[in-house]
Write a protein that binds this ligand. Structure first.
Ligand code: NAD
Length: 256
């Protein structure tokens, strides 16, 4: 229980990768503030079953004023946030000429600007205690592009850039900032893209295989548990000098 006594805020943690990371941090002993849409009850129960304190705040991460309210809620309920995981994210797939302007704005707000707001609001407390971990869930698309994902790729490259700047501004402190860059993980966000292939005539198995074969040489999905393991490592003392990294866990996506 290496993270006992620490509090983690994981944005977008009612499902998928965020929930996987929240559970890994909880199993390591951290209390957790969950965030995200949908019924939070299953996620609250799963984290509580790890024997830690857990709460949920429903802030919409595209709204700076709601982010500020969530940070105040965290301070009031837990007294501190030591580990910030900026994970909330959405996707939209379309050629740039047809990309809906409001989807561009939402993707930039949720996938990038929200991390600026949580970081600027929580960093002062981390600096005061001279300990903190900021983990930005970027993507393989934070390091390379793919057609039809202009907003997502721009936001994730931006998040990797933000990670480097925060790492430099905190370099002489006990606060570290790093990005994790997953390849394909089978979550609702990716299921939508598999469903698009099924609508175009593929069987479910063919759709998953084709999605993996295009990008991920392992031909296997990364799991939220594996990403949670990396997040726990980044919170450990062994990772004190891992700063400004964009760490891919992608089944070999970036190796080609
Ligand atoms: P998901 O759809 O399963 O989960 C997204 C979470 O974010 C949910 O809890 C949802 O409620 C929450 N959310 C969405 N919009 C929100 C908003 N406006 N305010 C607050 N919460 C909001 O998706 P996921 O696949 O688990 O993705 C999590 C992160 O991982 C995203 O940043 C995504 O870009 C990144 N990622 C995913 C993959 C993948 O293959 N699934 C790969 C690389 C990176």
């Amino acid at each position: 229980m290496t993270l006992k006594g620490k509090t983690a805020l994981v944005t977008g943690s009612t499902s998928g990768i965020g929930l996987g990371i929240a559970l890994s941090l909880a199993r390591a002993g951290a209390d957790v503030l969950l965030n995200g849409f949908g019924d939070p009850a299953p996620a609250l129960k799963a984290v509580a079953d790890c024997g830690v304190r857990v709460e949920h705040h429903p802030a919409d991460m595209s709204k700076p004023e709601q982010i500020a309210e969530m940070v105040e809620f965290a301070q009031a309920r837990f007294g501190r946030v030591d580990i910030l995981v900026n994970n909330a994210g959405i996707q939209h797939v379309a050629p740039i000429e047809e990309f809906p302007v409001e989807r561009w704005d939402s993707i930039l707000a949720i996938n990038l600007s929200s991390a600026f707001h949580t970081t600027r609001l929580l960093l002062p407390g981390m600096r005061e205690r001279n300990w903190g971990r900021i983990i930005n869930i970027a993507s393989a698309h934070g390091l390379v592009g793919s057609a039809q994902k202009s907003a997502y790729v721009a936001a994730k490259h931006g998040l990797v850039g933000l990670t480097k700047v925060v790492a430099l501004e905190t370099a002489t402190t006990g606060v570290t900032c790093n990005a994790i860059c997953p390849g394909w993980v089978l979550t609702p966000l990716v299921q939508q893209q598999i469903d698009m292939r099924i609508s175009a005539g593929a069987s479910p198995a063919e759709a998953s295989e084709a999605l993996l074969a295009e990008k991920q040489p392992s031909l296997d999905f990364v799991t939220p548990e594996q990403l949670g393991g990396l997040a726990v490592f980044l919170c450990s003392e062994a990772a004190d000098q891992v700063r400004g990294a964009a760490w891919n866990m992608d089944g070999g996506w970036l190796a080609r």
